[in-house]
Design a protein around this ligand. Sequence first.
Ligand SMILES: Cc1cc2nc3c(=O)[nH]c(=O)nc-3n(C[C@H](O)[C@H](O)[C@H](O)COP(=O)(O)OP(=O)(O)OC[C@H]3O[C@@H](n4cnc5c(N)ncnc54)[C@H](O)[C@@H]3O)c2cc1C
Length: 422
Amino acid sequence: MHHMDDQKYDIIVIGGGPSGMMAAGRAGEVGAKVLILEKNNRLGKKLSITGGRRCNITNAEFDNDIFIENFKDAKPFLELPLSKFSVRNTFDFFEGRGLPLMVEARKRAFPQSEKAEDVCKVLIDYIEESGNVNVKLNAEVVSLVMEDKKLVGVTTTSGTFHADKIILATGGLAAPDTGSTGEGLSMLSSIGHTVKDPDPSLVPLKSPTKWVHDLTGTTVDNVTLKFVQNDEVMHEVRGRILFTHFGISGPTVINAARIAKDLLKGGPISASIDLYPDRTFKMLDGMVRAILDRNQKKLLKGIMKELVQSKLGDTVIGLMEPGVGELKVSSVSKAQRHTLVRILKDLNFPITDTKGFAYSIVADGGVIPEEVDFESMTSKLFPNLYLIGDTININRPSGGFSLQLCWMSGWIAGTHAASRNM
Ligand SMILES: Cc1cc2nc3c(=O)[nH]c(=O)nc-3n(C[C@H](O)[C@H](O)[C@H](O)COP(=O)(O)OP(=O)(O)OC[C@H]3O[C@@H](n4cnc5c(N)ncnc54)[C@H](O)[C@@H]3O)c2cc1C
């Protein structure tokens, strides 16, 4: 038995993000003496800004087989851990602790209070309730301590601590201002783990085009977005696109950013948005003609709201020949009408880059999943080292999947590390 102020613990958790807090709380609940080391002056700094501060806590797909389809390469690794801590368990955990959840479009689950801070509170209460977990803030781990090739503790800016087991929950590289700056990953590679270099993956895309910037705040729904390179359509997705002051964003864009990034390595690309993907050119032309016929006396710019939302109407007119918006509908030529239809089906602009780490929702990179035993979340190289949350390289879409992985891996690691017979 160790006293809380001893420097020897059963378990040290490095990093007080969602995965680390879940692991520490769970290990304390099972009865282990736990020390959680966090370099910030608070726990859950990034968690508190997730989902626009509302926290998209998980994705309410309760069928594990369907849930897992959202993960491409990592699918085979996740089946087993998900059977131990599923989306259902996440709901039960938080709702059972007084945080009712609600489900929005695309099965994204949020606390009904719409406060990410409330999610932090539940976890902080969980950590405190067993009396077994000691929290040390403003404590940055600078290295792992090895003795005879065995991991025995950690060195921090405020001393060295020893433990039988170490749970590494230092996060990835997204939003570095919240504390995840990648030292955890450097420590792991220094002891022999294969760490895939982080790459901004789920990020918005940049465009230099002024009319795109001018559309800031405008969203188009149920459209297709194509990436075009050398006149060839290289990729096509469908969904909602948000125009921003730097380019385009929103889940559809963010999830396709990886492909744009790969394409950009081979040369310039452009984005092409089809605002009417379910109508052929001919069908849309018929529709536009009918609208024009009904509004012969109006100005062309005055009927655009029947085709697109207001701000976008000006954009489309602006992309046609100068002055065309002031034309009376009755004098719009067939060629001009065709130009209009073509723009509605091919709103195109160059994409020059992704927005980079600071804007990324998740940066990929981390220890390759092949080096993790997903039954216990232990490292395959060091049996008393656990890897959880964003420290593992698992690509996933946005929508609550990242946090589900944190709850799952944190709970499993906490449970396993706290069990005496390991
Ligand atoms: C703006 C934004 C919004 C997001 N929204 C959502 C969302 O709505 N839903 C969703 O599922 N996912 C979302 N994500 C992703 C999600 O936040 C991450 O997947 C999640 O936070 C990862 O948790 P983690 O515990 O692995 O690491 P982190 O949350 O990164 O926490 C790691 C912690 O370790 C600490 N640390 C790092 N190095 C050290 C060290 N050397 N010593 C001591 N402490 C250290 C850090 O300070 C940090 O507190 C969002 C991400 C961002 C950036």
